[in-house]
Ligand binder design. Structure first.
Ligand code: C2E
Ligand code: SIN
Ligand code: SIN
Ligand code: FE
Ligand code: FE
Length: 372
């Protein structure tokens, strides 16, 4: 799937994702005030604007936590706490793999140099030092540090953007499904309450069947489209008050296929579930249903749930061709159809939860159509 990102360089700079090297935050750590002074002067000559310093090794970690420096110039030999110890602590505090540290060492400290570079320090500066050398080494280390920081924040930014888009796409899908369900429903039922009740019953039964809360939510929306194919059935048949002729009945039985064609093939979980329900909601457990006459577990569980919910609601409601039945009669019919029209497990589950189902039935009578 192609996703456009409305990001350009200006946005990045404005939001601080590209940072001017002179604005980088630099911390100087040395117990010798003279060295701190010299380094500060050199950095100011180099036009760096955010220079911090401390002579107290114990301040390094708290200061870093507060300011998240882009570079730390760290003396390795200090009384109280060694630079090595500070490096170890920094490794824990700096969450990324990049340690923005340049180490100050005395001339000839081969062993220490090897150790600090191994610990992730980016470079070292030998005392006494030349000004130009300091500036070049710091500039190099800062380039690396800022580049790294920019990569990390770009990655965060893109991930955030992708999450936002994914959510929008999901919401759009739900909205479209909802609209299509309304369109299908408006043909033979003005209030839309049938689809609303039917889909809430489907969602409840999915949950009771242990299919999980994500699936149950998808069922709520997907099952609402089960009769979208009725859009393709002429009013003269759909709204007929008497029994249908065999020819009319053949037309009527096209609605699952029409629905599947309207919904289409799409890899999205919601759309493919909706399609499967539209296509299979009139299949029967014993294989005597339509359009394909599949039986038992060949029928997707979504459609087994939809079939019993649909019939229950159709029987307990007035239709253009029939009056509503009493609950007792409906329960008898569901029991009689166990193993014929319906999966036996579904009938049991349905009757175990009959009280909650009747609550749903009573809740959605004449409200505006809204799936919530
Ligand atoms: P529907 O009205 O939503 O009915 C859904 C299903 O509930 C029906 O699927 C059927 O399994 C069950 N059902 C509904 N009313 C009765 C009933 O009085 N007795 C029994 N035993 N079961 C009932 P089915 O039969 O595949 O019908 C699918 C759709 O075809 C119905 O949806 C309805 O729109 C239409 N239809 C079915 N029979 C007639 C009819 O005699 N006249 C008209 N105008 N439409 C009909
Ligand atoms: C309706 O009458 O609006 C829906 C019928 C069905 O669920 O089959
Ligand atoms: C079937 O298609 O074989 C029947 C399944 C059902 O309607 O529950
Ligand atoms: Fe149907
Ligand atoms: Fe229905």
């Amino acid at each position: 799937m192609a996703v456009d990102f409305d990001l350009d360089l200006t946005d990045l700079i404005m939001s601080g994702h590209l940072i001017d090297i002179r604005a980088a935050k630099i911390l100087i750590v040395d117990d010798d005030p003279l060295i701190v002074d010299v380094l500060s002067v050199v950095l100011k000559e180099g036009e760096y604007q955010n220079i911090f310093s401390t002579g107290d090794p114990y301040q390094v970690i708290p200061l870093y936590k507060e300011h998240r420096f882009d570079l730390i110039i760290l003396d390795i030999q200090m009384p109280g706490m060694s630079g090595i110890k500070i490096l170890q602590q920094l490794q824990k505090v700096v969450k990324s793999s990049f340690l923005p540290v340049v180490v100050l060492t005395a001339h000839g400290d081969q062993k220490i140099r090897k150790q600090v570079l191994g610990m992730g320090a980016k470079d070292f500066i030998t005392k006494p030092f030349e000004h130009w050398e300091i500036l070049l080494r710091i500039q190099n280390a800062l380039h690396a540090s800022l580049y790294h920081k920019q990569q990390v924040s770009l990655k965060d930014l893109l991930e955030g953007e992708i999450q936002k888009r994914t959510k929008e796409i999901l919401e759009t899908q739900f909205e479209i499904v909802h609209r299509l369900a309304v369109a299908g429903e408006m043909r033979d039922n003005e209030t839309g309450a049938h689809v609303q009740r039917m889909s809430h019953i489907c969602s409840l039964l999915s949950r009771k069947r242990g299919l999980g809360s994500e699936f149950s939510k998808l069922m709520l929306y997907a099952s609402a489209m089960h009769d979208v194919g009725k859009i393709g059935i002429p009013d003269s048949i759909l709204l007929k008050s008497k029994g249908l002729s065999p020819e009319e009945w053949l037309v009527m039985q096209q609605h699952p296929n029409i629905g599947a064609r309207i919904i289409g093939n799409h890899s999205s979980k919601l759309i493919s579930l909706a399609r499967e329900i539209a296509l299979c909601h009139h299949e029967k457990w014993d294989g005597s249903g339509y359009p394909n006459g599949i039986s038992g577990n060949q029928i997707p569980v979504s459609a087994r749930i939809a079939a019993i919910s649909d019939v229950f609601d159709a029987l307990t409601s007035d239709r253009p061709y029939k009056q509503a039945w009493a609950i007792e009669e409906v329960v008898e019919t569901l029991q009689a159809e166990s193993g014929k029209h319906f999966e036996p497990v579904m009938v049991e589950l349905f009757l175990e939860n009959l009280a909650e189902i009747i609550e749903i039935k009573d809740r959605y009578i004449d409200h505006e159509f809204h799936l919530t």
